[in-house]
Write a protein that binds this ligand. Structure first.
Ligand code: B12
Ligand code: SF4
Length: 502
């Protein structure tokens, strides 16, 4: 007999600080992908708690009451660990006997955080890609069978946890992973600057090894692609569920530029270029292939490109191991940093650039940080400036630790905009202050351009976005009548309060 199980999948409410949640609330792609790959007789609900940030407890209580779950799964990034553990505690109190499964970057890279005895411990940890492991886990639970044969799973056995061998990464090409199940979502309100947004994958993996990136530890250096028919079906499904903006969440779609170009053509041929697309890209790929790639991207509907610039100085790029992906080439020979050329090509074809920069690296000085801030002021359409954050098991974390530069171990502050490491020359707080002070004004300057295509959104929410950007600041601090450091202290206090969701 097959037993139907109620499965509740939760994405954490903790969000980044770059943009107010009135402007961006993104679905978690992992959970709908899991929901699409469990056996059809189970009933799965997916709840993105970022949609209900101010009422997390009440919503979870309601969901547990309305459809009492047999299994609850949580998708967790490192800075969300604390919230996840509070939620595990809450769910266990509401429904004793429920099985708790955790997955995603944090449980995969720091499983020990979820096996420690205590109210925040899980029953199962799915390490790495989840679809096949989670399906096998539900089958084992259903049949009352053991868990020893399920690769990628860590499971509780009495007081101990057993780590099964890792699951090899999925080859995607073979069709083993079915389409996401968006109908499983039980909350509404996804947005990207006023348009309903969804996420779509076309590939997984990356062959680079940037020292700050969690992806390589998570799955090794490899690159696998979905067939175009599947990608187009996925985009159609997202559109049928109301999406007008699509975020292509591939780790690095620009690894295979010819494929990306072909995908752009396929999107146009399939009549899907009426949607707006956002994507992450390497500067080198855009700079070196942009003459053919950028016009195709534009035709397909790409409007926003998140460029992993990381840093404009060679020494910092060497530390981040991000030199190669930011190198321009001319006639086959290296020709300096690719960033300006990439931005210029994207602008020429009417796309906007979100500039990802990382400041506060070990040898950074006031001047080197200023140089990056000045670059962002001048060239990018929206800044996404972060501090190096020592996530579990990355090479960068090892180096920061060896050099004694990590000054903050409170993981809920590992949101990218809190400086938790210092440089050899500057305190962490000073680094964060420099970024905060500069970035607010960049956002003011860039906001009109960023919102130009959405006048009604600008009218309705522009004020809220500015209020978010300037929280902590006062008229006096803006007029120079109050030390800006006091405003910064107020901003940090507000941010600290925001971090308590449950
Ligand atoms: C899309 C994305 C976003 C989006 C949407 C986030 C969201 N709602 O999910 C946006 C732009 C908002 C975002 C923001 C941030 N992100 Co982000 N983001 C990504 C990205 C690009 C793709 C994630 C994705 O959808 N992949 C596709 C799905 C199918 O794969 P997956 O998530 O890995 O899930 C699989 C497994 O992990 C597992 N799994 C996951 N959850 C669960 C749960 C269960 C129960 C089970 C069984 C399995 C399971 O199974 C899934 C299917 O195989 C990744 C990776 C990358 N290339 O950079 C970074 C990444 C996840 N982000 C990261 C970070 C740090 C952030 C920010 C903190 C950065 C910042 N300071 O701005 C913010 C904060 C997020 C927030 N909530 O506000 C880090 C996480 C590192 C870490 N150790 O925690 C990553 C890995 C980037 C990196 N290179 O290091 N992000
Ligand atoms: S290129 Fe991007 S995805 Fe690849 S290792 Fe570097 S940061 Fe990670």
């Amino acid at each position: 007999m097959m037993a139907t199980m109620n499965v509740l999948l939760l994405a954490m409410p903790d969000s980044f600080e770059h943009m107010a949640t009135v402007a961006i609330r993104m679905p978690n792609g992992a959970l709908t992908s899991l929901a699409g790959n469990v056996d059809a007789h189970h009933s799965v609900a997916v709840a993105d708690l970022v949609l209900v940030q101010s009422q997390v407890r009440a919503v979870v209580e309601r969901l547990v009451r309305e459809r009492p779950p047999d299994v609850v799964g949580l998708s967790v990034m490192t800075f969300q660990r604390h919230t996840a553990q509070r939620l595990i505690e809450l769910v266990r109190a509401l429904r004793p006997g429920v099985r708790i499964v955790v997955g995603g970057y944090d449980p995969s890279l720091a499983p020990e955080a979820y096996t420690r005895p205590g109210p925040g411990a899980a029953d199962f940890i799915v390490r790495g890609e989840g679809e096949l492991t989670f399906r096998a886990l539900l089958r084992a639970l259903e049949r009352g069978a053991g868990f020893a044969g399920i690769p990628g799973l860590t499971f509780r056995a009495g007081d101990l946890f057993v780590d099964n061998p890792a699951r090899p990464v999925s080859g995607l090409e073979d069709g083993a992973i079915a389409l996401p199940n968006r109908a499983a979502r039980v909350l509404r309100g996804y947005t990207m600057v006023g348009r309903q947004v969804d996420v779509v994958e076309t590939s997984r993996g990356c062959t680079f090894d940037c020292s700050f990136c969690s992806i390589i530890e998570m799955r090794g250096r490899n690159f696998h692609t979905y067939a175009f028919e599947r990608v187009l079906a996925d985009i159609r499904d997202a559109r049928a569920h109301g999406a007008r903006s699509i975020f292509i969440v591939d780790d690095n779609i620009t690894l295979d530029v010819r494929r990306f170009e072909a995908l752009c053509r396929a999107i146009v041929d399939a009549g899907l270029s009426d949607l707006e697309y956002l994507v992450q890209a390497m500067t080198s790929a855009i700079a070196n292939h942009g003459l053919t790639l950028a016009p195709l991207m534009r035709r397909a509907g790409f409007r926003w490109v998140f460029l992993g610039i990381e840093n404009i100085l060679d020494e910092d790029l060497a530390f981040l191991r991000a030199g190669a992906k930011n190198r321009a080439r001319e006639h086959g020979a290296p020709a300096g940093n690719a960033t300006v050329r990439a931005i210029e090509l994207l602008h020429r074809h009417g796309m906007l650039v979100v500039g990802g920069l990382i400041v506060g690296n070990p040898t950074d000085t006031r001047e080197s940080i200023e140089a990056n801030l000045e670059f962002a002021r001048r060239y990018v359409d929206y800044p996404y400036i972060q501090h190096p954050t020592p996530y579990p098991r990355t090479p960068m974390t090892r180096e920061f630790r060896a050099r004694g530069l990590i000054v903050n171990e409170r993981l809920d502050e590992y949101d990218g905009t809190t400086a938790v490491v210092r440089s050899e020359h500057l305190d962490a707080e000073e680094i964060e202050f420099m970024r905060w002070r500069a970035e607010r004004w960049m956002k003011v300057r860039h906001l009109p351009r960023a919102l130009a295509r959405r006048p009604w959104f600008a009218l309705r929410y522009g004020g809220k976005m500015l209020a978010h950007t300037f929280r902590g600041s006062s008229l006096r601090s803006l007029l120079g009548l109050e030390d800006e450091r006091r405003a910064f202290a107020r901003y940090r206090a507000i941010r600290a309060r925001e971090r308590t969701y449950v």
